[in-house]
Design a protein around this ligand. Sequence first.
Ligand SMILES: Cc1cc2nc3c(=O)[nH]c(=O)nc-3n(C[C@H](O)[C@H](O)[C@H](O)COP(=O)(O)OP(=O)(O)OC[C@H]3O[C@@H](n4cnc5c(N)ncnc54)[C@H](O)[C@@H]3O)c2cc1C
Ligand code: SF4
Ligand code: SF4
Ligand code: SF4
Length: 580
Amino acid sequence: MSNLEPNEPHVGVYICHCGGNISDVIDVKRVATELGLHPNVVISREFPFMCSDAGQKLVIEDIRSGKINRVVIAACSPMLHELTFRKTLQRAALNPFLYEHVNIREQASWVHKGDHEGATQKAIRLARAGVEKILLQDELEEIQAKATKHVLVIGGGPAGLKAALNMAARNLRVTLVEKSSRLGGHLHELDTLYPSGESASALLAKLLAQVNESPLITVVVGTTVTAWDGFVGNFTATLSSGATVNAGAVIMATGYDHVIPAGGEYNYGGDPRVTTLPKLIEHLKTSAGKPLVWNGVPVKSVAFIHCVGSRQTEGVHAPQADGKVNDYCSRVCCTAALHSINVLKARQPDLDIYDLYRDIRTYGRGHEAIYEQASKNGVLFFRFTEDAQPEIREHTVVVKDILTWGEEVEIPADLVVLVTGIKQGAVGELIDMMKLPVSSDRFLQEAHPKLRPVEVANNGFFLAGNCQAPMDLVESSAAAGAAASKIAALLSKDYIPLDPYVARIDSEKCTGCEACIPECSYTGALFMNEGTKKAEVNAALCKGCGACVAVCAPRALDLAGWSIAQMEAMVDAMVTEVPA
Ligand SMILES: Cc1cc2nc3c(=O)[nH]c(=O)nc-3n(C[C@H](O)[C@H](O)[C@H](O)COP(=O)(O)OP(=O)(O)OC[C@H]3O[C@@H](n4cnc5c(N)ncnc54)[C@H](O)[C@@H]3O)c2cc1C
Ligand code: SF4
Ligand code: SF4
Ligand code: SF4
């Protein structure tokens, strides 16, 4: 029997085994016993899988029985299951924020595999801190932001077109903004497409017809976004045309730029025989099935060199404008090169083609068949390493072929095609303006590669296509569809629920000193009320970063759900000895 008064916090603690992920390292029974000694903990259990139906049922029954009114679950990362358990509390009619998720998997069992005693002690300290935190938790309410049922798509390439069509199919209004004078992006440059062999022009015409027919899609070309304001559910974009678009969510579909070989790389720019894959494809598109003629000279032999401007290594390759090399694989270029080779061979079977590669990465469905077809077409393959790159000589290319134990082979080449990669487009201004996260390869970064692959950490921003990473059309289209369905769910109600972990101000304590204002990096989140001369928070814009809290001398500012008192209690719990 508990000695607690009914209105006091009664905490239920649940320690998850995670099917051995936790319990193989941590003594979960001991953690449960130790936590059960806390005066406010009335139930302390361990269970094989807390996220399972049976695990959640346990929590629901304990709440419904009236034994507990606060919950701590010590399990995996909150990234995975915080929302699961909030919903569990809701099903038991308890405020979902009276719950603390403690990570004893990534933060204890996984990182201290070889130290069972240390991991167990750490799990006890973390779980105790969770209990102390939840004891001081208010009954928070989610914030509700108005949901404007209108979506802005930036970039009118294939990914942007597909995203707009997908959203219109879900009855959402879309404004599609394209900075160039026409929709279509790089599809304009392509000839026949791998893996289907379909004509790029025909595909583009089909997409444009569908977009033009949709009464829900407004297209604006020759313009981009020049100013940005607002928050999820209610963004305002100012376009270079001066118009203003109000949108509940935004899809970034700004695509890619081709890598241009660095000055002199493989004699590019100096030797007229040296070109790039995109230029060859454009030539194939305009030369309508005719044998290959380059600079007026009929071509009898072609050498392709892979990985130009991709998979670069510091010290070996010249850096890009920002001082970094492109160390990523551009993914589409192996298959695009082999597809073009097959197109050339179909036109001109007696053309000698040599393919100089580091690795062949024909990773997609049906792409390996393109590689096989190139082999069957008599293409000769040579493999080089990054520290022994092929050398362009007059009429020939020399390669140290590791398929023949590093033998130096001299290949005739009337034309050399550099298989250039792709890079992030010139979207630096948009990134700065919208404060978008960028990964080390300069592409826009998703919130989580597996759990939230088309969402940006910034609420209301989504990604489609090559602005996120090199992708072919199938992948770009899949990303566009995924982003559209995420947005449809986001804007399905009249409001968007947001976490309540934001700054709050005790206006009695606020002296109006304004010290907090410059600390906030989120426009509009924190401001001075001209009338009261006190600071105020716009909860929909606040990200709960806590920067303002740190500078408020009279402690008028605090974070809901992460208050200073909660932090102090957690630290005290962490540093309290655990009996051996
Ligand atoms: C050499 C090569 C060959 C390829 N061949 C194939 C193939 O055969 N099959 C296949 O499936 N894939 C192929 N691909 C991949 C294909 O090109 C891409 O998957 C596709 O173009 C991606 O579409 P996207 O909309 O993401 O980007 P993009 O095609 O780059 O379109 C982006 C659009 O956004 C616009 N934009 C950029 N910045 C802004 C801004 N600030 N404001 C407004 N608009 C902006 C651009 O003007 C552009 O219209 C190939 C790629 C390369 C490099
Ligand atoms: S796809 Fe092929 S050519 Fe392109 S960077 Fe990757 S390995 Fe190199
Ligand atoms: S720092 Fe504190 S006291 Fe000063 S304006 Fe901000 S909230 Fe008010
Ligand atoms: S918590 Fe961060 S985002 Fe919110 S008002 Fe303070 S500084 Fe701005």
